[in-house]
Design a protein around this ligand. Structure first.
Ligand code: SAM
Length: 270
């Protein structure tokens, strides 16, 4: 099949299993003049496996700006470039946005090939009653920011990346505001030790009580009454500061125009 030619190709590479790369991706990285890689050593392993001889040029979040001029010069000279990241789809929690913005401004043709990505590999096997989801990239580190994320997206399935060192702490923080939350968690997708668990948050943390290894993608299922999550958190804060149930009800009903008796009832139940 004859292919339309572009100046710049965004090319996904495997997220674990080296065979998870499309025929078109292989053909593209074979044919371009050079490959812009996050880490040339990582990409070189892939190229060796598929016997691809194309030259690699490093391009990562620390030199992204300074590389733009170089790429523009090469493209003006008629060269064609492929961008890859260490694993998965570039620009999904990986660099690329800076150069792509500049190329579009300069009128170069840019295309992205479909391919491996942890978030889509995960979501395409997780049972959900809704297509709607929020992908927030890497979960922030501080407790305050995690709580903000969880509250902001309480009404929608919320997918995030996290590291094995932080995920259990992240789940504990989520549990403090969503004690009954349902969780789906996958690690090592497409690799030998792939594991996917779904359960309530306490069971998931208990399952990994001895630690967790590998690359992780996780989803907090939407809750049915998102406004309650936020309200319960506010009640908790006020009670922790020593306010009585009645005072909590007066304060929150005045500030947020809510029913005082309902807040009072919630507060004494907590
Ligand atoms: N661009 C990549 C993509 O398309 O998914 C993501 C790059 S981001 C720097 C790396 C994070 O993606 C990991 O820390 C992990 O959270 C997630 N990830 C990557 N590969 C994974 C895998 N095989 N299984 C589960 N999560 C993975």
């Amino acid at each position: 099949m004859s292919q339309r030619k572009f100046d710049f190709y965004i090319v996904p590479t495997p997220i674990g299993n080296i065979q998870d790369i499309t025929l078109r991706a292989i053909e593209t990285i074979k044919e371009v003049d050079f490959i812009a890689c996050e880490d040339t050593r990582v990409t070189q392993k892939l190229l060796n496996h598929y016997d691809i001889k194309t030259k690699c040029v490093s391009y990562h979040k620390y030199n992204e700006r300074e590389r733009v001029d170089f790429f523009l010069r090469e493209l003006r000279a008629g060269k064609r470039i492929a961008l890859v990241s260490d694993a998965g789809t570039p620009m999904i929690c990986d660099p690329g946005a800076v150069i792509v913005e500049e190329l579009i401004k300069e009128g170069f043709s840019v295309t992205a090939l479909p391919g491996a990505c942890a978030v889509t590999t995960f979501l395409s096997q997780i049972p959900r009653s809704s297509e709607e989801f929020a992908f927030i990239g890497f979960m922030p580190r501080s407790e305050k920011q995690i709580i903000e994320v969880v509250q902001k997206h309480a009404g929608v399935n919320t997918v995030f990346y996290d590291s094995p060192e932080r995920i259990l702490k992240t789940l504990e923080t989520i549990k403090s505001v969503r004690p009954g939350a349902k969780i789906a968690l996958a690690r090592e997708l497409s690799k030998l030790f792939e594991e996917v668990v779904y359960d309530d948050i306490s069971s998931v943390t208990a399952h990994f009580q001895n630690g967790i290894k590998g690359e992780i993608v996780c989803m907090v299922y939407a809750c049915e009454n998102p406004e309650n999550t936020d309200l319960e958190h506010k009640i908790k804060i006020l009670k922790a500061k020593g306010f009585k149930d009645k005072e909590v009800a007066v304060i929150l009903s005045a500030l947020f125009d809510l029913n005082k008796n309902e807040i009072y009832k919630k507060s004494i139940d907590m």
